[in-house]
Design a protein around this ligand. Structure first.
Ligand code: 3HC
Length: 688
């Protein structure tokens, strides 16, 4: 029974009960409809509807979205509530999202707990509200707020909902408060469907449309939601609902909604595997070695999660720099209202800065985040091992270096893992947990537990150069440099990838992070580089020219006065010169062709990564590309996107490219196996 009903003194209590978040599936819809009929049959004075487990309802059950909708449909159920002669009151605790908020809006009155949240986040799943949200919300809160909430999909808190007129009251105990509502007052409230729609405001829609094109470029649902709200203003209420439902059903089975659902569920499935649960070390005190940008970001993330944190630096200047950087992060959080002054003071109290490794003696976890030098990292890990408890976990934040080599020199290599954070470490959601050959279950499990505590998406990676994400990134950049060398410009490449959905292209992104890191990496790899593989020297020429990116005022682009990017003809000429020296003619690639090449290069590399067991599944690669590398979420991640193209088609395209360069475009054996077996990448498993 997902809906239970009981009455006391003519007051009905209807409980939504589908743990853990009361997602609204067929059984719950059916139960609600029966509750409406029950309340009417028993001629109750009012019905108070609330969710079991401290959550009102998290919306329609997205697991049902892949099958045809089953009756009763939610709009029909909500119309029955709205039109009933028995007034319903929604007592909202936890969250009322999507269909959950729509249930609440169909009630005559809404009362919210102070820490509850309400919203219509459907666009984040690639759909629009499908049970009256686009018609009811504007009627309740006005156009401006409704457009903002529906098109951006961001839920709001109780006080904001109260000020917007979405809820009638904010009370510690909303069920009790609903019981206390005066019957006359309740009787005076008209049903939502009888409310007048707000007056049309063409300027507001124009501005919202432009804003969405800029902020949510490529995404279908936000613009469709805007259209539906606008069209609904001139329609009678029930017709507005009908047109909304049609668009909802159309989007629900479309590629963007499927891709967004895939990421939603993949993110939730990213948890420690069963055999690792319950063996994690409880981390209360963590040490971060190195207070540069990355180390300070990691330290701040740990502080924000409530841990005691010690930052170790080599000298007083390093300590000062770390303190300043962490201080700035605290100030930014204060300014943005993420923390208040008391929380900031508490964070400061929990932080120690020191040059003494003895400060690590009571910590359960250390994360080294110094520059990429194996000798330095060895020295640090050995010092930590000497002072820390025998069961403490030693983690390296290396982006590329061999975790096995680091572990091998310690007395106990089983305690070493990689914890690869992404800059800015306190914001970026991805955490690659790198499993060394000897890493213990306890150490890996501690990595997962830490990710959970920090609110990060954990992905297990094996040891190789660049793990999952940076290995794909290196291939992406190599493909970009090849296209540039052979005929394009960095700005052509960037534009092509932005058109695909990236927030910025590979060259602009590299300018931001600095060209020197990749350069150092190429130098490190030089001795083991495949001599048969074509090497593109353009990025090395940039280093010779001192163009290291934004930090030197110029990289692939120029940044006059530290401002916006400007195309640099000198950079474009580099490729022309290099091609001239090499006696090569250049080709003019179209945007879609550039994009195709870069994506195929990444897909092929990712398939090799999966085949080698460096990644556990295609959906893990999707999480890495979306949460760490800006792959458009609404395209589902790299491998989900590849599956949407079809593995056979990918192999065919790679084979054609392999005629140009058989080494760079060598087709991954995993792709071939999948193509032959008619298997998708989602079903693919590493070769054993
Ligand atoms: N459908 C199906 N399952 C859902 C769900 C939904 N709408 N929302 C959450 N779940 C599941 C999760 O998959 C997870 O399952 P698992 O335990 O098997 O992994 C479980 O509920 C708990 O979810 P979280 O791990 O995300 O728990 P949190 O406490 O971190 O977050 C939440 C809870 C804020 C409710 C978050 O899950 C969330 O944002 N859910 C989606 C809300 C949403 O987008 N609703 C709109 C749906 S579309 C709609 O309503 C259409 C309507 O207009 C007709």
């Amino acid at each position: 029974m997902q809906v239970t009903m009981r009455s006391e003194n003519h007051v009905g209590y209807v409980t939504l009960s589908n743990p853990p978040v009361n997602a609204i599936g067929q059984a719950l819809r059916q139960g609600l409809l029966e509750a409406v009929r029950w309340a009417e049959r028993d001629r109750l004075d009012r019905v108070i509807v609330f969710g079991a487990g401290g959550v009102f309802a998290a919306g329609a059950d997205a697991k049902e979205f892949d099958s045809p909708p089953q009756v009763p449909h939610l709009p029909e159920v909500l119309n029955a509530i709205d039109e009933s002669f028995v007034p319903w009151i929604a007592a909202i605790e936890g969250v009322a999202l999507g269909g959950g908020a729509e249930i609440a809006m169909a009630c005559r009155m809404r009362i919210m707990a102070p820490d509850a949240r309400i919203g219509l986040p459907e666009v984040t799943l690639g759909v629009i509200p499908g049970a009256g949200g686009t018609a009811r919300l504007p009627r309740l809160v006005g156009l401006q707020k409704a457009v903002e909430m529906i098109t951006m999909g961001k839920p709001i808190g109780a006080q904001e909902a109260r000020s917007a007129g979405l809820v009638h009251a904010v009370e510690d105990d909303p069920i009790e408060a609903a019981f206390m509502v005066n019957s006359e007052e309740l009787g005076c409230i008209v049903p939502t469907w009888e409310f007048h729609a707000p007056a049309h405001d063409p300027d507001l829609f124009h501005m919202a449309r432009e804003n969405l094109k800029a902020k949510m470029a490529g995404q279908e649902a936000p613009l469709r939601a805007l259209e539906v709200i606008e069209a609904g203003l001139s329609l009678p209420f029930h017709q507005a609902l009908t047109q909304e439902r049609q668009v909802f059903l159309e989007l629900k089975t479309g590629p963007q909604a499927k891709a967004l659902r895939h990421i939603f569920f993949a993110q939730r499935a990213a948890k420690a595997p069963a055999h690792l649960r319950g063996v994690a070390l409880e981390v209360r005190h963590a040490v971060v070695v190195g207070g540069g940008t990355m180390g300070a970001g990691i330290a701040y993330a740990l502080l924000a999660a409530g841990l005691q944190v010690t930052v170790l630096e080599a000298d007083a200047a390093g300590l000062q720099r770390a303190e300043d950087t962490i201080g700035k992060l605290t100030e930014a959080s204060l300014r943005r209202g993420i923390i208040d002054a008391a929380q900031a003071a508490d964070q400061r109290r929990r932080m120690t800065l020191s040059t003494q490794y003895s400060e690590a003696a009571s910590a359960q976890l250390a994360i080294e985040a110094v520059f990429e030098d194996m000798a330095v990292k060895h020295e640090i890990l050995a010092k930590l091992e000497a002072v820390m408890p025998a069961d403490a976990v030693l983690a390296t934040n290396t982006s590329y270096l061999d975790v096995n080599e680091m572990a091998a020199r310690l007395m106990d290599p089983t305690r070493v893992i990689g914890l690869h954070f992404f800059a800015p470490a306190h914001i970026m959601k991805l955490l690659e947990i790198v499993q060394g050959a000897q890493s213990s279950d306890r150490a890996i499990s501690t990595g997962y537990a830490l990710a959970k505590r920090l609110g990060k998406v954990p992905v297990l990676a094996g040891v190789c150069d660049g793990f999952i994400g940076n290995r794909i990134l290196a291939r992406y950049r190599e493909a970009a440099d090849t296209v540039f060398m052979d005929g394009s410009t960095p700005w052509d490449v960037d534009e092509a990838m932005v058109d695909f959905g990236y927030a910025m292209g590979p060259y602009e992104a590299q300018d931001l992070s600095g060209l020197d890191i990749a350069h150092a990496n190429r130098q490190r790899q030089a001795p083991t580089r495949d001599p048969n593989r074509r090497y593109i020297p353009i990025a090395d020429r940039m280093i010779e020219l001192g163009k290291l990116g934004r930090k030197t005022g110029a990289g692939w682009y120029r940044y006059p006065g530290g401002g916006g990017k400007v195309e640099d003809p000198i950079v474009a000429d580099l490729a022309i010169e290099e091609a001239h020296f090499a006696g090569m003619s250049r080709t003019d690639y179209s945007g879609p062709e550039i994009c195709r090449r870069l994506l195929l290069a990444m897909i092929n590399e990712a398939a090799d990564i999966l085949d080698a067991g460096i990644a556990q599944s295609a959906s893990d690669i999707d999480l890495v590309t979306v949460f760490g590398y800006g792959f458009p979420r609404w395209r589902g991640g790299l491998m989900d996107y590849a599956d949407s193209l079809g593995v056979k088609a990918i192999v065919a395209q790679l084979e054609i490219l392999a005629r140009e360069d058989p080494v760079a475009w060598k087709v991954s054996p995993l792709l071939r196996r999948c193509a032959e077996a008619g298997q998708s990448l989602a079903e693919a498993r590493p070769k054993l």
